[in-house]
Design a protein around this ligand. Structure first.
Ligand SMILES: NC(=O)c1ccc[n+]([C@@H]2O[C@H](COP(=O)([O-])OP(=O)(O)OC[C@H]3O[C@@H](n4cnc5c(N)ncnc54)[C@H](OP(=O)(O)O)[C@@H]3O)[C@@H](O)[C@H]2O)c1
Length: 321
């Protein structure tokens, strides 16, 4: 038995502990890589808390859904972990070559590990779920987090004609303007004023990338559909994250009185093959700096501290074995 060091979740109510763990053994075409960096994404936290919709509930487990690793022949790859293998927050991880892609020479390992998960959320949504046509208008609901801020840049890069970012934090909202947003809307506790501001800035968009769900999304649906000049023109709402709540109440009239099309984007609604096909282009954008990211690099041995300390807004923690 070969041992390695890993972040190990032994209870869904505690952070992972850095401890020895049996290294996984490759089978059926898998390759064992040396992990170089793995991002601490919200999806990783929810998996480690047993709360993600893909969670099996089995403990102990190693968290981590993706990362950058070095193959035995020295090449570097970005890879997504399989559903039934240990996670990526360890010295070593199993890579299915069908879920990995080689990094271009000179790629920044920490930036790729930090950006792929949040950037992929909008990239895949706008290319695989609702292929965006050049010139279309996009509202990013929840644009102040990592994924939302990248969604503004992705929408612009993929040819959006108008991009509006909506979120709570005024400073992070202002930063979206030089990053590609045409307009920003602050979501405040005043539901009426927020609805009016959303309607004024985004009633005519074609696509909404929704990272919030919950009350803010519910109110935004009504505000946009009510203010839309032509309700028979399609409004594609893509549900991606749920930081503001797991459920909404959707009036049936919203679906009858407007051409409102609601769908989600994530693991399951997009196939592994669909994700893989998008990886090379997205890695190229991140490496070229078109999609900006600020990694906060932390040694894997400090995983407990990283887990419990608050992330600086705009940064994504990356654990390095
Ligand atoms: N489906 C997919 O493919 C996919 C992929 C990646 C991520 N996601 C999901 O997308 C979401 C965001 O991920 P992330 O990486 O951007 O996380 P993040 O960097 O932690 O950002 C989350 C942001 O949400 C904002 N927020 C929290 N509660 C809010 C509320 N009640 N109203 C408005 N804004 C609120 C916060 O900004 P303020 O404090 O400024 O409001 C925070 O910066 C997560 O749910 C994640 O699981 C989905």
């Amino acid at each position: 038995m070969t041992m390695m060091n890993a972040a190990v979740v032994t209870s869904f109510t505690e952070p992972p502990h850095y401890q020895p763990f049996e290294a996984p053994a490759p089978s059926g075409g898998e390759v064992l890589v040396d992990v170089l960096a793995a991002g601490l994404h919200p999806r990783v936290r929810s998996g480690a808390a047993g709360q993600h919709y893909t969670s099996s509930g089995t403990l102990p487990m190693i968290p981590g859904v993706d990362g950058v690793g070095q193959l035995p022949d020295g090449r570097l790859v970005y890879f997504a972990a399989g559903d039934d293998v240990p996670g990526t927050m360890a010295d070593k991880a199993l890579v299915d070559p069908r879920r990995s892609v080689e990094l271009p020479a000179g790629a920044d390992v920490a930036k790729v590990a930090a950006a792929m998960n949040p950037a992929m959320s909008s990239w895949v949504a706008l290319r695989r779920r609702v292929p965006m046509k050049p010139g279309q208008g996009v509202l990013v609901l929840g644009a102040t987090g990592n994924a939302g801020a990248m969604a503004v840049q992705v929408a612009r890069r993929l040819g959006a004609g108008r991009v509006v970012g909506a979120g709570r934090d005024p400073g992070r909202l202002r930063a979206l303007l030089p990053a590609g947003a045409d307009d920003v809307v602050q979501l405040t506790g005043d539901a009426g004023a927020t609805g009016d501001a959303l309607a004024a800035a985004a009633a005519e968009v074609d696509i909404v990338l929704d990272y919030l769900w919950g009350g803010p999304a519910q109110r935004a649906i009504t505000a946009l559909l009510t203010a839309r000049s032509d309700r028979s023109r399609a409004l594609d709402w893509i549900q991606i994250g749920a930081v503001a709540g797991p459920a909404i109440e959707l009036p049936s009239a919203a679906l009858r009185s407007a051409n409102f099309r609601l769908q989600g984007s994530g693991q399951g609604s997009v196939s592994p093959r669909g994700y893989l096909a998008e990886l090379p282009a997205l890695i190229g954008e991140i490496s070229a700096g078109t999609i900006r990211v600020q990694p906060n690099v932390v040694p894997l041995a400090d995983v407990e501290r990283a887990w419990t300390s608050e992330e600086t807004p705009g940064e994504r923690t990356v654990l390095v074995p």
